[in-house]
Ligand binder design. Structure first.
Ligand SMILES: *Cc1c(COP(=O)(O)O)cnc(C)c1O
Length: 493
């Protein structure tokens, strides 16, 4: 299978090239030329295997130049006892019509693990297939979750190093502890004085620094990123939609062929886009419920067809969804219209004016398939409390946004379909807001709150979070933005 750029169809590359390079030369995103189709019989076969088996089958459809053995080895390395549940992505049943897909059983307790536990293996294999002989250093600027998931994914992966910059005093206590206690001989972490934008613009400057690139070349290194527009991060996410459906079939909630709705807490549009691709591949999906927090650009877009980022940025209690430009939406537009010139024009308009309006035919397809909506912080907290009180089930602030929008959709549409709420983080990653939602005062910090939430609810904290305060702090470096370059060259000496 070949991959095209969303902004130029004549750009046609292999899967390994798409993964090794991340972004097309014209600034577009790589997308598969056509999507493989699964018959009901093939879906039935997936139901009979486990998560790794499902991942192997689906990845193989997209990665021609990887052998079966290679894919099996990669999948086995990515989804094993690094997960605290052998189902990898277990489905928690709420009632006959509602289930929650738990994507946070990996080492960092957020759904980014589903892709970042496998990406390093896909990336190093892809680089070899492309004839790359230099070693790769991953640079990440993080506001919290991605940095830790990338560190954990790349830790001790051969021929790679990873360096993460986070804003000093700009991440939660738990997030900071997760990063500064990271294991691995090829990892490093530095706090940058400033906010997330300072760290991110600093990293962007380093990527554009030709002199630095030459300096590193001499030492056999090149810089790359692990961000969510890489095809190698999106592809593994398609798997869990098929897997969730199989689990519903296996537990007799649905029969093969019945449509299922998915409610997805959305930021950069990667997670829900994978659901769209699964639907296009033949998975019986009804509506895709695109759930935003008060940063409601996407909610407006699915209502009006106008994408307009010109609005205030809100800091919310679901911070991983605080985003105004959802990069992966570009792939959806291309998938719907197949018109590279039109997509390039929308993206130019987004860049220049901060907005674009899609044509009626595109809008029709979007409205038939997607429902957009948003949820305030106060409704997020109410939802956490009501799900806990009614069903004795604890959800985090991001999952609650999707849960609320599922309820809203059911109330307005009278849909009788089974719905899967996609759960993207362990509630223990966002203890303060979750405790607050349950009516508790927040009188402690960091790991203290983990204990408190556990005591309040009787739910055990995930292992990787519960022993955080006992681990050795390895990285205490705090730097100014101007020192980021030096930090990189020291790291790659
Ligand atoms: C990244 C993230 C999201 C948003 O996912 P996208 O693929 O960016 O839409 C939602 N919840 C959590 C906890 C996340 O870390």
């Amino acid at each position: 299978m070949k991959y095209n750029s969303t902004r130029d169809k004549s750009c046609r590359v292999s899967a390994a090239h798409a993964i090794a390079h991340g972004l097309a030369p014209d600034g577009g995103l790589f997308v598969p030329e056509e999507l493989p189709q699964l018959s009901p019989q093939q879906i039935e076969a997936l139901c009979k295997t486990d998560y790794r088996g499902r991942a192997e089958e689906i990845l193989a459809l997209f990665l021609d130049e990887f052998s079966r053995e290679e894919i099996r080895a990669i999948v086995t390395a990515a989804y094993g006892d690094n997960y605290d549940d052998s189902a990898i992505a277990p489905l928690h049943s709420i009632d006959e019509k509602t289930a929650v897909l738990e994507l946070w059983h990996g080492p960092t307790c957020a759904f980014k693990d589903m892709a970042l536990q496998i990406l390093p293996h896909l990336l190093t294999a892809s680089l070899k297939k492309c004839g790359e002989t230099r070693k790769v250093c991953i640079l990440v600027a993080t506001s919290g979750d991605t940095g830790k998931a990338a560190l954990e994914g790349f830790a001790d992966v051969e021929d790679t190093k990873i360096l993460v910059f986070y804003p000093h005093n700009g991440v939660s206590d738990v997030q900071r502890l997760q990063m500064v206690t990271q294991r691995g001989g090829n990892v490093s972490v530095a706090a940058v004085r400033g906010n997330f934008d300072d760290a991110q613009s600093g990293v962007k400057t380093l990527f554009g620094d030709a002199e630095l690139s030459n300096e590193l070349l001499d030492k056999g290194w090149f810089l790359s990123s692990a961000n969510s527009i890489n095809w190698g991060r999106l592809l593994p996410q398609i798997v869990y939609y098929f897997s969730a459906y199989c689990e519903l079939v296996n537990s007799k909630y649905v029969r093969i062929g019945d449509d299922v709705d998915f409610a997805v807490p959305t930021g950069n549009f990667g997670d829900i886009l994978a659901c769209w691709y699964a639907k296009k591949m033949g998975l019986p999906v009804g509506k895709l419920i695109c759930a935003s927090n008060e940063n409601n650009v996407l909610a407006d877009f699915f209502k009006t067809g106008i994408y307009d980022r010109n609005r205030a940025f809100h800091t919310t209690i679901s911070p991983s969804m605080d985003i105004l430009v959802s990069s992966n939406l570009e792939r959806l537009l291309y998938s719907v219209c197949g018109d590279d010139i039109l997509v390039a024009e929308y993206m130019r308009s987004l860049n220049e004016k901060g907005s674009y309006t899609v044509g009626n035919d595109i809008f029709k397809v979007l409205s038939d398939n997607f429902v957009g909506g948003f949820c305030s912080d106060s409704d997020t907290k109410k939802t956490i409390a009501s799900v806990y009180n009614k069903h004795n089930y604890l959800i985090d602030t991001h999952t609650a946004v999707a849960y609320k929008l599922m309820n809203e959709y059911r109330n307005t549409s009278a849909s009788k379909r089974t719905t899967v709420v996609v759960s993207t983080a362990s509630p223990f990653k966002f203890c303060d807001s979750v405790l607050n939602a349950l009516g508790e005062n927040i009188d402690a910090k960091g790991t203290e709150l983990i204990k408190k939430l556990s005591e309040r609810t009787g739910v055990k904290a995930p292992m990787p979070l519960s022993d955080l305060d006992k681990r050795e702090k390895r990285f205490e470096l705090v730097i100014n933005k101007q020192e980021m370059r030096q930090t990189v060259t020291d790291f790659l000496k």
